[in-house]
Design a protein around this ligand. Sequence first.
Ligand code: PLP
Length: 294
Amino acid sequence: MSAAPVSDSLALIDLAGAEFRLVDPRAPHLRVDDLAPHRGDGIFETVLVTRLAGADHLHARELHFSRFRASAAMLDLPAPDPTLWHAALDAVIADHRERRGDDEAFTVRYSMSRGLAEASGWVLSIPLDAKYPGQRAHGIDVITLDKGFPAYVGQSAPWMLIGAKTLSYATNQAAARWAASQGVDDVIFLSHDGRVLEGPTANVVIRRGGELLTPDPKAGLLHGTTQQTIFAHAAEAGLLCSYTDLTVDDLTAADGVWLTSSARISVPLNTLDGEELRRDPELSEQMLAWVLGG
Ligand code: PLP
């Protein structure tokens, strides 16, 4: 697997003082006994930044921030102050652009940790993975993996933090390595009782005739901002958009299957568990235009 990309810009957030400061991302800032590196006890968002009409645009800003606020509430972390966090995001975006001096798209990741005595936060710019443009153009091969719990597990086990975007991503990372070891590009998790859930870092969207479908977040997955943006535009364009239970058979019978996320936007699947899938290049293009348009 490729090494983690190097960050250009970092803001540390002083939650108690309601202020932030830009610091050198290559210098050490986090104690090893902070509960983020120690336990993955925290939350984060990854957002896409592109040049739009000559200015930097942070895509789906409000959708991301409201999910961040919901994640904080689920983990009993302090409610994030929008003025403070948005100011830190804008400062990191401006600093990254100044350092890079180019027009390339990139991502910004913002996180809150339970910290030590009190919660802490930071905002970090991260270059985009170079493999995504090729995947968008040519599609990917994916296998399914059993996530090991039944669909809608959150109803009987609310402590599992279903729907929160937490920093506990070790199993998501392991699934990506598993995909590489099997010679494929990514995985789709299934519930133990056979419902389609999501990828390790992406949602699943399918087209069936004039409908776009995606699994219900309550089945045990993250409610994606990219999927929501695509659904909003698709509904305006006359497609019927619904959250529903899906099986592998629904995916193999679909007129198109995509993985969607802020960083990759939307990537069409070529095969699932070795079976050829139908492709819809026109809708793939349309999805990119919807997301990149604002
Ligand atoms: N599901 C998981 C587990 C994710 O980590 C992500 C994004 O990282 C998504 C879905 C897609 O969410 P979004 O479109 O908001 O980036």
